[in-house]
Ligand binder design. Structure first.
Ligand SMILES: NC(=O)c1ccc[n+]([C@@H]2O[C@H](COP(=O)([O-])OP(=O)(O)OC[C@H]3O[C@@H](n4cnc5c(N)ncnc54)[C@H](O)[C@@H]3O)[C@@H](O)[C@H]2O)c1
Length: 439
């Protein structure tokens, strides 16, 4: 008996109901994505999405910071990257540039600002104002004349960073604005190492302008009334080209700043860097170096120590004295404004050295004596700013008179000379060999 499970595959079965797909027409393939989009209002959703995205990106200008491109650097242009500089506290979506639109519902974020020379006299007051405004500040300073004490009240603030760095060496930071102050400002300090002074002014400024160009930051140079030299025009307007001795003992500073101005304008014209130039006239206030040979600090320190006030020459040379808060206000207005400058920033109130000595006597010690010494080389005879340009275009003019500002400085000097015994005794033994009426 044969098995029932007999293979019958060889018996042919008629196939009656087999499936045969229709051939796909080419137009069907082409229109398939379109038909997919048209179904269930998907197209409407896509269009709405595109509209929202474009609205969002036009409302927030993306950072115009150019990416770092090593091929664009010249030989001297090499840089050191500082990884310590984080983006903490910086503007969120790239950088919110001054004047950039802030989307509705978002609070204006602070700017990220570098202040070179920010541990010095003027720089530290500027840093205080910028931090108070809500910006993130990076101070770059080599502490040649600056002091950590001037900024240590910001230590621990996440919006504050301090980098010990010499601006003669290149540096890369991501910032929106650069206030470039790094440079010794008093004759005692800038004559101490004249070659270093001119290097700071030329190479240091070149490095900071290079940084501004690379990251698209706005750059402000703190130049000086010294660019007018011993002026033949009085008061000095910004259009005056000056009367400077190019080979004198002060040239490292005067000519250094003049070159810094030239570099600043060349980067502006040639590389479209946004720049600002301030020409600062004699400024005084708390945190000035005590024995820096500048006339106000000299007189105040001498009067406090019961020493005679040293007047150089006949004491009839004139200067104008600006309180530091007025200067800081002017610098910030200049940076935020639309005008390149140069702008004179100074107090037009003019005093002879003898008149200044009298105000110091009135403020500190009416019995303080005056001692005359021969004048220093190239000391200008007259200095008084014409500030009509700053008044008109920046809406700025100084507010603090000498009689109001001097007591504030005296309080700080008194504390530093007598409050801290160590510093007081060190300061009193320091003799100022060179002095000058200029900054
Ligand atoms: N105070 C004034 O009356 C006056 C007048 C005219 C111009 N200015 C200008 O304003 C700026 C600030 O002056 P200031 O009175 O605060 O002087 P300052 O000496 O107190 O400050 C200068 C700061 O720059 C730093 N510095 C110097 N060389 C440096 C370098 N190579 N690298 C990094 N940091 C360096 C110093 O350590 C200091 O902290 C200077 O550029 C100065 O030329 C000041």
């Amino acid at each position: 008996m044969g098995s029932e499970l007999t293979y019958r595959g060889h018996e042919s079965q008629p196939v009656t109901d087999s499936y045969s797909p229709k051939p796909i027409k080419p137009w069907f393939l082409v229109t398939r994505p379109i038909r997919y989009l048209l179904r269930e209002q998907r197209l409407v959703f896509v269009l709405v999405g595109i509209a929202i995205a474009s609205l969002f990106f036009t409302a927030i200008p993306s950072s115009s910071h150019a990416p770092y491109d090593p091929s664009q650097m010249s030989g001297t242009d090499t840089f050191s990257y500082v990884p310590a500089v984080s983006h903490v506290g910086s503007s969120g979506f790239g950088s919110v540039r001054s004047g950039g639109k802030v989307p509705l519902g978002l609070k204006r974020k602070g700017l990220r600002i570098v202040v070179t020379g920010g541990a010095g006299f003027v720089g530290s007051h500027l840093v205080d104002r910028l931090i108070a405004r809500g910006d993130s500040v990076i101070v770059v300073d080599n502490f040649f004349t600056g002091r950590k004490e001037n900024v240590m009240h910001h230590f621990g603030n996440p919006n504050f960073e301090l980098i010990r760095h010499d601006v003669v060496e290149p540096l890369l930071l991501e910032v929106d604005q650069i206030y470039h102050l790094a440079c010794p400002a008093s004759p005692v300090h800038y004559k101490f190492n004249p070659v270093k002074t001119i290097k700071t002014n030329v190479v240091g400024t070149l490095n900071m302008l290079g940084l501004a160009k690379r990251v698209g930051a706005r750059f402000l140079l703190t130049s000086t009334s010294e660019v007018y030299g011993d002026p033949l025009q009085h008061p000095q307007k910004e259009t005056y080209w000056g009367n400077v001795n190019p080979i004198g003992v002060r040239s490292c500073y005067d000519e250094g700043k003049r070159t810094a101005e030239t570099l600043t304008m060349d980067y502006h014209r040639g590389a479209e860097v946004e720049v600002r130039i301030a020409r600062i006239f004699n400024t005084y206030g708390p945190r000035m170096c005590i024995d820096d040979g500048r006339v106000v600090s000299n007189f105040v320190a001498q009067a406090l120590r019961k020493e005679p006030l040293t007047v150089y020459g006949d004491g009839k040379q004139t200067r104008s004295f600006q309180y530091v808060s007025d200067l800081v206000e002017g610098l910030m207005r200049l940076m935020e404004g639309e005008h390149v400058g140069p702008f004179n920033l100074g107090n037009p109130g003019e005093f002879t050295m003898l008149e200044l000595a009298e105000v110091v006597q009135e403020t500190i010690d009416p019995n303080a004596k005056i001692e005359f010494k021969s004048n220093t080389e190239d000391d200008p005879h007259k200095r008084k700013p014409d500030i009509s340009k700053a008044k008109e275009l920046l809406g700025w003019e100084p507010k603090v008179s000498l009689r109001k500002g001097l007591p504030l400085m005296v309080k700080d000097f008194r504390q530093r000379i007598f409050g801290d015994h160590k510093e007081g005794s060190a300061s009193t033994t320091t003799t100022t060999t060179t002095s000058s009426t200029s900054s």
